[in-house]
Ligand binder design. Structure first.
Ligand code: URA
Length: 219
C-alpha cells in the first residue's frame, strides 16, 4: 500500500535500538538517543511503495530486475573518474526492485572495497537491523552509493567524482523504477537538495524531478 518510512535518533543519550511508528505501531520503549524506524501509511496515495509478496516475480515487474547484473558488470569496468585507480574494485550495488525502495549511500568504505558489496561493514550491520525492524531485508530493497569506488582514506567524494558516477544512478533508476529513494546521509541528500541541512530535511519525504526522495541520517 502507500507508505513512507524512516528512522532517526531521539535527542539525548541511551535507549533501545529500534521502534516502529505508524499503523504497525510497536514502540519498544526507546528513550532519548535511541534509533527509531517507521513504516506507515500517511494517506498520500502518490507516495506508493510496492511491498506486497511476489511483487518481483509478477511478469509486469520482471523487467525492472532484468539487466541488473549486466549493469553491475558495466559499472565494474568504469574508469570515468580517478577513484578506480586507488580502489580495489567497484561496488555496483545489490538488491532488487521488490519493495520499490532504493537506498543511496555515500561511498564504499574499507569493507565494501574488499568485498565488492555495499554496506557490509559496521554501517551495514546497522542498516540490516533497521531494515529488519520494518520487516524488510536487503534482498527486497536496492542498495547503492553516490560513488561506486572507494575514495582514498574514506575521504568525502569530490563533486567531479559524484558527477562522473551520476550516469550509473540514472541507469539504476531506469532499471528499478523505485517508488522511494532513501538517501543515507548528507552526500546522497545533496544530490537532490544541494546546500540543505540534513538535520532540517531528514525524515521528510519530498518530491524532486518526479522522484520521491526520503532523506535520512547515515546509519
Ligand atoms: N557507507 C556508505 O555510505 N556506503 C557503503 O557502502 C558503506 C558505508
Amino acid at each position: 500500500g502507500s507508505g513512507w518510512w524512516g528512522w532517526g535518533r531521539r535527542g539525548g543519550g541511551g535507549g533501545c535500538a529500534l521502534a516502529r511508528r505508524g499503523p504497525r505501531r510497536g514502540q519498544c520503549g526507546g528513550g532519548p538517543g535511541s534509533w527509531w524506524v517507521s513504516w506507515g501509511c500517511r494517506g498520500d496515495p502518490t507516495l506508493r511503495c510496492s511491498t506486497s509478496p511476489g511483487w518481483r516475480t509478477r511478469p509486469e515487474n520482471q523487467r525492472w530486475t532484468d539487466g541488473l547484473e549486466a549493469l553491475a558488470t558495466e559499472i565494474r569496468a568504469c574508469t570515468a573518474c580517478p577513484l578506480h585507480r586507488s580502489a580495489r574494485q567497484a561496488v555496483p550495488g545489490e538488491g532488487s526492485a521488490e519493495s520499490g525502495i532504493l537506498f543511496l549511500g555515500e561511498a564504499p568504505g574499507y569493507n565494501e572495497d574488499l568485498r565488492g558489496r555495499p554496506f557490509v561493514g559496521a554501517a551495514g550491520q546497522l542498516l540490516d537491523q533497521l531494515l529488519a525492524g520494518i520487516g524488510l531485508d536487503r534482498s527486497k530493497v536496492f542498495i547503492t552509493n553516490v560513488v561506486r569506488h572507494r575514495p582514498p582514506e574514506n575521504r568525502d567524494p569530490l563533486p567531479d567524482e559524484v558527477a562522473a558516477c551520476h550516469v550509473w544512478f540514472e541507469r539504476h533508476l531506469a532499471a528499478l523504477r523505485p517508488a522511494v529513494i532513501v538517501t543515507l546521509g548528507r552526500h546522497a541528500m545533496y544530490k537532490f537538495f544541494p546546500g540543505e541541512s540534513i538535520t532540517r530535511v531528514h525524515g521528510k519525504p519530498r518530491r524532486k524531478d518526479g522522484l520521491v526522495i526520503f532523506p535520512v541520517f547515515h546509519p
